[in-house]
Ligand binder design. Sequence first.
Ligand code: PGA
Length: 247
Amino acid sequence: MKIYNAKDYNDMSRKAANIISAQVIIKPDCVLGLATGSTPEGTYKQLVEWYEKGDLDFSKVRAVNLDEYKGLSKDNNQSYAYFMRKNLFDKVNIDLNNTYIPNGLEEDSKKECERYNNVIRALGGVDLQLLGIGGNGHIGFNEPGQAFEKETHCVELTQSTIDANARFFEDKELVPRYAYSMGIKSIMQAKSILLVASGKSKAEALYKAIYGEIVPSVPASILQLHNNVTIVADEDALSIIKEKGLL
Ligand code: PGA
């Protein structure tokens, strides 16, 4: 695992965007695994800036997202499909036909999970998977649990995730209770993984993910078994690791 210590959120965003843009330059038709949430917003903003300057071309890039709330349409402004268009897809020259995200409106979970697994397979795997980390150690919506879920599955969100995401909704009651998420096996099959983390609220999860036991109660801990993981985290997210003299 390579760990890059960013000064602050902006520095983290620029470093992460540099790694993604290198991937796009080296392999213009790469498959990017993308993530939503507050943490990658700055990364996407930086990529858009470099695209506008003419430094990046997304015309052949394929993008597959980690997760989507079950029950939200792609036009709902809290859906992850909407987030991706607002933060990246509508601002660069990616072909929307080459972008994939679970369909939140599909009620039949088995059918949607199978469909999405086939999408991931047909793409031939992910070249670079971007990940955030939840304060509870989740990656995608792979919540802490008894076992690592392998492929796309329908998740009942934990209370801590519902509480963390309530800030985006007018009313906590409106936060969806279920989501579709790519599984741990699909994430681990990515050729390379880039995890971004910012803020004190991520410090404990990050410490456990990198230095703790590999257990499904800390889903991100599985990343210790991947041979090409890069972590870009700011001072606050690395604070516990640094206090313990590990970095
Ligand atoms: P955040 O979410 O970037 O909004 O903190 C990250 C995550 O929960 O994976």
